[in-house]
Ligand binder design. Sequence first.
Ligand code: DX5
Ligand code: ZN
Length: 225
Amino acid sequence: MIKLAPSILSADFARLGEQVQEAVAAGADRIHIDVMDGHFVPNITIGPLVVTAVRKVTKIMLETHLMIIPPETYIDAFADAGSDLIIIHEESTPHLHRAIQMVKNKGKLAGVTINPATPLNRLEEILEYVDLVLLMTVNPGFGNQEFIPTMIKKIQHLAEIKKKNRLNFEIEVDGGVNEKTIQSIIKAGAEVLVAGAAVFSAPEGIQAAMNKLSRLAYETTLKSV
Ligand code: DX5
Ligand code: ZN
C-alpha cells in the first residue's frame, strides 16, 4: 500500500492543529514537517516548538525533513519534540553516518535525502543504515513547485538498487506530487508520497483532495500488480 504524507508547509498555520487533524481523519499515514533555516535553503519555516504543538494533536507518525546546516545541532531537539522519523540531507553534513547514528541513538527512525542534482551514488555507503530514502523531486525551499520529470528515472534506479541489494528502506518522494504526477511516481517505485499544495491548498478541501490522491494511488498499484 502506498502511504501518503501530507506536508504542513502548505497548511494554514493559524489553524494548524485543525488542519493536521483533518488530514489524519482523511487517511494520512504520517505528517511531513519541513524544517528550513534560511541557509541550506532560501526560506525559513518551522522549529521544534511547532513539532511539539503538532505532536499534541495527533498520534500518527511525524516525519521531520531537516533542511538545515549543520543538522547535528538540532537532531536531539526535534527528536525530543516528538518526531518519529528524522530525515537528513546528504548535502548538509560531511558526517552523514554520524548524523544518522545520532537519530538512531535517540530511538528514532532515520531517513536520508538528496536534492534533484545530487547523484544517487552519493548514498551508496549509507543505504543499509537508513529506514527511508527521500528523493527530492523539486529543489527544496518552497511548496507548490513543478515536479522535475527527469526524477522518474532516479526513482526507478533507486527501486532497482533496493531490490538488487535486498535493502529494507522505504522510498519516499517529495515535491510536485499531485493528481497529474502521482501515477508515474508510483509506477517508478515510490512507496511514500509527500504532498503539500495538492492536499492543503486544494480548492475542494483536504478530505476530498486526500480521497482523490488515495484513489489514484490505489488504482495505480492495482494496475501494476
Ligand atoms: C519542499 C518541501 C516539500 C514541500 C512539498 O522543500 O520539502 O515537503 O512541502 O510541497 P508540494 O507538495 O506542494 O510540492
Ligand atoms: Zn519536505
